[in-house]
Ligand binder design. Sequence first.
Ligand code: MUC
Ligand code: MG
Length: 366
Amino acid sequence: MRIERIEAIPYAIPYTRPLKFASGQVTTADHVLIRVYTDTDICGIADTPPRPYTYGETQDSIVSVVTKIFAPQLIGLDPLDRSKVQQILRRTVNNPTAKGALDIALWDLIGISLGTPVHKLLGGFTDSMRVSHMLGFKPAAELLDEALEFRSVHGINTFKLKTGRRPLELDIEACRVLREGLGDGTEIYLDANRGWTANEAMEVLNRTEDLGLSMLEEPCDAGENLGRRRLVQHSKIPIVGDESMSTLGDVSRELLSGGSNAVCIKTARSGFTEAQQILGLCEGLGVDVTMGNQIDTQVGSLATIAFGAAFEHSSRRAGELSNFLDMSDDLLAEPLQIVDGAIRVRDVPGVGAEIDPDKLAKYRQD
Ligand code: MUC
Ligand code: MG
């Protein structure tokens, strides 16, 4: 089997519930659908979310790097030669979601060619993942209404609250209102997307100590080395690295230097191959992981589920898998279902992201 052709299709689907956070906001999913075709007519699929404020990628840059830099080097290769593919992708710096999507599309077509679901090829640990829902910036009362709705309608009992606002009281108040309204049996953790300084984050942790928060993600810029290390040393809850550690090298550097002591794994930027290496590193070091969300579509969320469910270490915690519900539509032919707070893997060959051709025709921008 040889890679014959690679497509990068820009498309745009509006959000019904735009998400705002400390580093940016999304109102439309201006993503890129990647399709890798082989000489056997098998095609692998993946989604890329451009996040200029996180990785410097845009919809145009993703289309360009995939079609002009990566496709010419990958065409003709056997998709099973995954290390060769990785070597080629690594030769170009940055562009993490473009690389991640190419890797996922290759795993997808390998799974299809073997007639095997990718979650089984990767590890086959379980067949579903508990769901954590991400709450964007909103007044505290609206946050609580959204969380209560997601808990009663979808059975979701874990929430990641976007924080990193100033004055700090805004987020402290939101934490308090959520805890009081949701009760002690609901997991709540925070993601500041580098919005605070390390000292501000310390103050928030001190002032929310009684609220039973479980983790704090990217409290400040990881470049604030000493402050961040001090925070990690003094915090009673794990300090999770997300955008400060988008490669295996970054993860090892941040863990070893004490910049974080838990890791958010995102298949959108690491693909399955590097995500597996990061997971192994974390497991070996005794570091917790969360399966994160790049504000993914259903196509992207399905990839996170396939990976997260494949291993014990990645399926322990609830994965961030529900923000596709904030979109007005999606490309997936058969919508994802959250039942009793969990999503099942697709028991079909590959990752299982079958695209609805009419929806793609409607939303594509090229
Ligand atoms: C997160 O965990 O930081 C924010 C932007 C994005 O693409 O993903 C997030 C969620
Ligand atoms: Mg994050």
